[in-house]
Design a binder for this molecule. Sequence first.
Ligand code: PMP
Length: 365
Amino acid sequence: MTRAYNFSPGPAALPETVLRQAQADMLEFGDAGASIVEISHRGPEFLELARQAEADLRNLIEIPDDYAVLFPAGGATTQQALIALNFAAAGQRVDYVVSGHWGRTALKQLVSVDVNVAASGEADGFRTIPARESWRLSKDAAYVHVTANETIHGVEFRPAWGQVPPDTGDVPLFADFSSSIASEPIEVSKYGLIYAGAQKNLGPVGISVVIVRRDLLERAGQPRADIFDYRSQLKGESMLNTPPTWNWYLLGQTVRWMIDEGGTAEFDRRSDVKSTLLYGAIDGSGGFYRNEVAPEVRSRMNVPFFLPDAALDGAFLSGAREAGLIGLKGHRVLGGMRASIYNAMPVEGVQALVDYMQEFQKRHG
Ligand code: PMP
C-alpha cells in the first residue's frame, strides 16, 4: 500500500507518525491493558491524556492563563450556534463580517439575537475582504465574529490586507479558526474567543477546541440546556457527558507532533513555502490555471483554482489520482479544484502537485 498525498479539505491528512502511534494505541494504550477506545474517560489514563492535550495546546498556541480551553464534542457549526447562546443576551446585537461560505453558515445558526452583517465580500464573489474602514460595527454588540480563513473560497485575513486581527475596540472579537489554527503564531489576547473544528490542523473530526477569555464566561447569555453551557462545560472539564475519547486522543497526538516539528513558527515558515510554490505555479501558467482571490487575502491553507475549461476537470482529477494526489476536487459551491495544504502536508506533496499540474498543462494546454 502507498499513501497518496491527500489535499482533502477536512477530514484532512494527518501526520504519518500520528497514525502509526494511533495504530499501536488502538490495540493497547500504554499499560492500560486495553485500547484507547475501550477505557473510561474517568480513569487515570484518559484523564492524564486530556490534561496533557490541554497543556500541549496551551504551549503550542501560547494561550494565556486568563483564557479557558474547552474540548467540546462535535464540529465548528455547533460552536457557531453556541457562541450566540452563551455570550449574547436575547435580542442583543451581534456583528458578523462575512468573508465566505462559512461566515454565511455562521449566520444561519443565529436565533433570537439582532444580527448585523457589518461587512460582506459576497457582492465581490468573496474574492476580497472588505477593508476594515468600511465595516459598520455596532457599539453595543455582544461580539464581532469573523472567519480567520474561509476554507471554500480560499480567503484569509493576511497582514497584506491590513491590521490582523482587526481592531474591534471594546467589543470582543470572536474568530472561527477551523481551517488555519496553528498555521502561524497568533496573539490570543487580541481575541475574546477562538474556536475550531479539529479536522484540519488539529487532527480528527468529532471534536472542537474553544479558547475563551474567562471573564466572558460570566455573561448570562440566553436560556439554554446545561449541556450547551460553556461555563458548565468548563466546570465539568469538557466531560459533562462521555466525550469522544478517540478524537481527543488523536487531537492530543497531533498537537504533540506540531510541537515536536517546531511549533507554529515553523508551520508559518512551511506555509509560506508551500503556498508560494502553489500560487506561483498557478500565476505562472500563462492563464491555464486561475485563482481569482485578491493576492492580499489569498489563503495559505486552501487554494482553489480553475482549469481553462470545466470539461477538463475529470481528466485532471483522474490523472492526479494516478499520480498519487487525492482530495483535489473543488467544493460544489465553487467548482473547479481546491488544494488544501494544512500543517500535515509536506512541501514534497505540494511539489508533486505542481509537477503534475505542469505536466497536465503540457498535454492539454
Ligand atoms: N468553519 C470553517 C472555516 C470550516 O472550514 C468548516 C468546515 N469545513 C466549518 C466551519 C464547519 O465545521 P463542522 O463541519 O465541523 O461543523
